[in-house]
Design a protein around this ligand. Structure first.
Ligand SMILES: [Zn+2]
Length: 472
């Protein structure tokens, strides 16, 4: 037996010493415990660095690159390293969810239960919406299927083992945002067949829209009804709230069939505005993400020699498709957390990622709504329209008191001192001030209670007056 000492910045050295291998970790730990070092921080400061790099045998997942390992990121698996410490590669038999592989059956053949690109035949459209491909060679999706909602607003969910405690807390904060405005309730999954699995991902945020039965998107150990939600943006900003909006059944605001009255999209119908701003990139294969010329077809995206790793030139115009069969709720909402940003899929941005200033807009607000050019795509709050849309989606306003609603019009489960039921189906109680969610006295509105305001209202200002679009 030999003692393996990993040296910082160098390959491992082997020291022939049977005895030290066993006693070194024991001694160092015992010294710390015995208090021979006055403070643990000082102990770390003055203890020889190699004392803490002692290991006994090569261990995959310990963060140390051992002989025989391609990688070791210190976790069970990462976006670049499989759980067996081999590099991520579709076809190696190890599905890596963090890297975007939804399956891996050990080959790169499609039609055998796992697609050739390990995506299970799904593709991300509109930046973050997971849908099934119409065909592998045609990265478009077939219309907007009817959205299936979570029964009675209850959404069972689980967290992937790689989710940290801080991430889990962040997720619950995002969940609170929706639960406060709509009759929905996320619950820890017990044995429900359809549920969400929250998975950390190195590159992507994406979700299916509503309940999509049998996606089989969660990997080994999960039933087919498990529905993955990938999150990479755990920091501030309402990216998670946006993904939860999808998971609850919302699509992107700019897919509304009436959107062309409010915004101009570079969909070819307005070539003088910004058609040239939309990305045209190779999709898949070794040239994934490289600019290409659609007029040259797939030839502009070369295949990787010796593999079936085909890539094709993708015109991202399809990311802006209308949803003619989508049923809009409420007025067009420039401030929706579900609206695209003005530079999404722009040639001025990295592949598929939003940017703050690219100088090559792909969406432009129309007259007289120019003031919203910098509003669209906001990820800082749920808008009034988001709140009303989600409440409406889950039955608020249908005259039936649903399980998660506090009240519904005159049908109420409120206490006797309630003033009534607000438009989000929550009981209103008096405290006599602007901001209590109750329209009182000379208030035109209060918080999300804007039913008394007319069309084109942006929301309710801090003085409880309706805030309208400026028609200059
Ligand atoms: Zn989205």
């Amino acid at each position: 037996m030999m003692l393996v000492v990993s040296d910082l910045g160098r390959r491992e050295e082997l020291i022939e010493d049977k005895t030290m291998r066993k006693i070194f970790p024991t001694i160092s730990f015992a010294l710390l415990l015995a208090g021979l070092f006055p403070h643990s921080a000082a102990a770390f400061k003055y203890t020889p660095f190699w004392l803490f790099n002692v290991q006994t045998d090569p261990v995959c997942g310990d963060g140390i690159l051992d002989v025989g390992e391609d990688c070791d990121d210190g976790a069970v698996a990462s976006a670049t390293c499989d759980s067996d410490c081999s590099l991520v590669e579709c076809g190696d038999g190890t599905a890596n969810l963090g890297a975007g592989e939804l399956c891996d059956d050990g080959n790169r053949v499609g039609g055998d239960g796992c697609s050739a690109d390990c995506s299970r035949g799904y593709v991300v459209v509109e930046g973050d919406v997971m849908v099934r491909l119409r065909s592998p060679a045609e990265p478009r999706y077939s219309g907007s299927p009817p959205v299936e909602l979570w029964e009675d607003g209850f959404v069972p969910l689980m967290f992937h083992a790689d989710v940290t405690l801080a991430q889990e807390l962040r997720m619950w904060t995002a969940i609170d945002e929706w639960e406060e405005v709509a009759p929905v309730n996320f619950i820890p999954r017990t044995n429900e067949s359809n549920y969400l699995l929250i998975i950390p991902n190195a590159k992507y945020n994406w979700s299916f829209v509503g309940v999509v039965p049998d996606t089989d998107s969660c990997g080994d150990g999960h039933p087919a009804g498990c529905q993955a939600v990938m999150i990479t943006s755990w920091g501030p900003g309402f990216r998670i709230e946006h993904e939860l909006g999808h998971a609850l059944g919302m699509t992107h605001e700019q897919k509304r069939p009436d959107r062309n009255r409010y915004i101009a999209i570079c969909d070819g119908s307005e070539p003088d505005i910004c058609e040239d701003n939309i990305q045209k990139l190779c999709f898949g294969g070794s040239s994934d993400g490289q600019p290409c010329d659609p007029d040259k077809g797939n030839e502009d995206c070369p295949n990787e020699p010796g593999t079936d790793d085909d890539a094709w030139c993708r015109d991202y115009v399809d990311q802006f498709e209308l949803g003619p069969d989508i049923e809009p709720i409420g007025h067009y909402d420039f401030g929706s957390v579900m609206h695209y940003g003005q530079c999404d899929f722009s040639i001025g941005c990295p592949n598929g990622q939003p940017c703050t200033s690219c100088g090559a807009e792909t969406i432009q607000t129309r007259f007289p709504n120019w003031r919203f050019q910098d509003v669209i795509g906001q990820r800082n709050y749920l808008s009034v329209g988001d709140a009303h849309g989600m409440a409406d989606l889950y039955g608020c306003g249908d005259g039936t008191l649903d399980p998660l609603e506090e009240c519904e019009g005159s049908v109420t489960g409120c206490d006797d001192d309630a003033l009534g039921c607000d438009s989000l189906c929550r009981c209103m109680y008096p405290d006599g001030s602007c901001g209590n969610g109750v329209v009182e006295g000379d208030e035109e509105c209060d918080g999300s209670e804007i039913a008394g305001c007319g069309q084109y209202v942006l929301g309710c200002d801090s003085g409880c007056k309706c805030d309208y679009i400026d028609w200059w």
